[in-house]
Design a protein around this ligand. Structure first.
Ligand SMILES: Nc1nc2c(ncn2[C@@H]2O[C@H](COP(=O)(O)OP(=O)(O)OP(=O)(O)O)[C@@H](O)[C@H]2O)c(=O)[nH]1
Ligand SMILES: [Mg+2]
Length: 335
């Protein structure tokens, strides 16, 4: 492995875990096993998915530099000694306007209320924003006995001496059980966080087989990977107005997989943009997605993408089922 020389600034696609070795420690002696759900909540772009991937040691949840990347609850599983930590990535919490937004925010709060431990992520360089304050206000209203820890993320972006004051301010705003200062991207502080989670989770049998890292069906992961590549390539509102579904999956006798996906766009005009001049945009997206799928699955993939205009997809229950969201959560007045 010669990755050590890689520049620090490899950007949003860098999912190289800094301390992956620690995740696979074996249970010691006759210590009781522990297991439970750890929900990651916070504003869009706080780094929740990056942290989940860092903890799991694989890219389970897609990451982009844009807000509102994650749309549903995604579980990633990390082992730490006798503890199985099930991280629940959630959509960012913001003031929802559309049905899709409302379903996403409801999924995030649902993740928090089902969890054994809640981690609130904030961005060090942004500090205590109105959006974070609103999340803390709502957490107070949830008011249950669940431990809530503060995660100050992206510490690589600020000076160390600013962190103490920030931590104090946030701890005055909410009675956090613990505070961690981390860089989810670089892995700093993640080892301490993992250790604390492992000892704070309840005694319980493991919830998943020891070698499982995610609980999303492969066809959904495949759709998410393509949506990530589209989001990275397209501008303005287009990424927010499209959805990707895996329609066909065929195992070939040579060990490869033939995967057919549909990109649903909400407007005729968006179709042309997604295709690009002479189909070059969709071709590049398909290529990038295929490369990552092959890496993830460890075998060859033939990926076929189609773009379909479906003006009303955001109001179709079936589309929400495919994303893993509850359509009814998007009803007006429910969140
Ligand atoms: N500098 C720096 N950037 C980070 C760090 N963690 C995450 N990022 C970047 O922040 C951006 C958002 O990361 P995500 O993990 O997608 O954030 P998220 O909270 O899941 O966002 P949503 O799914 O939109 O709610 C990406 O460009 C990441 O590379 C970090 O520790 N340091
Ligand atoms: Mg995310």
């Amino acid at each position: 492995m010669t990755d050590e020389t890689a520049s620090d600034d490899t950007g949003p696609e860098d999912d190289t875990p800094a301390d992956i070795g620690a995740t696979s420690a074996a249970p010691q002696g006759d210590q009781p096993t522990r297991a439970g759900f750890v929900a990651l909540i916070g504003e869009p772009n706080a780094g929740k998915s990056t942290l989940l991937n860092q903890m799991v040691g694989a890219k389970v949840s897609i990451v982009t530099h844009k807000v509102q990347t994650t749309r549903a609850r995604i579980r990633g599983i990390a082992m730490h000694g006798p503890a199985q930590i099930v991280f629940v990535d959630t959509p960012g919490i913001f003031r929802p306007r559309r049905r899709l937004d409302r379903s996403m925010v409801a999924a995030a709060w649902g993740g928090a209320s089902d969890a054994d431990i809640v981690l609130v992520l904030i961005e060090a360089h942004r500090g205590l924003t109105d959006g974070t304050q609103a999340i803390l206000d709502q957490l107070v209203q949830l008011g249950r006995g669940t431990p809530v820890a503060l995660i100050i993320n992206k510490i690589d972006r600020v000076k160390a001496e600013e962190l103490l004051a920030l931590s104090q301010k946030l701890n005055e705003a909410y009675p956090f059980a613990e505070t961690f200062m981390i860089s989810a991207m670089k892995g700093h502080g993640c080892q301490q966080l993992r250790g604390w989670l492992a000892k704070t989770l309840p005694e319980s049998p493991w919830l998943y087989p020891e070698d499982q890292i995610a609980d999303l069906p492969m066809r959904m992961i495949a759709a998410e990977i393509t949506r990530e590549k589209l989001t990275l390539r397209l501008h303005e509102e287009i990424p927010y107005q499209l959805t990707v579904e895996t329609e066909g999956w065929e195992e070939k006798t040579d060990g490869s997989a033939r995967i057919e996906q549909v990109v649903y766009v909400a407007r005729q005009g968006h179709k042309g943009i997604v295709l690009g001049k002479g189909g070059e945009t969709i071709k590049a997206v398909g290529q990038a997605s295929r490369v990552e799928l092959e890496e993830f699955m460890g075998r060859r993939v033939h990926l076929f993408l189609q773009v379909r205009v479906r003006e009303n997809w955001e109001n179709e229950a079936e589309r929400y089922d495919e994303i893993g969201l509850n359509f009814r959560d998007g009803d007006e007045g429910r969140s």
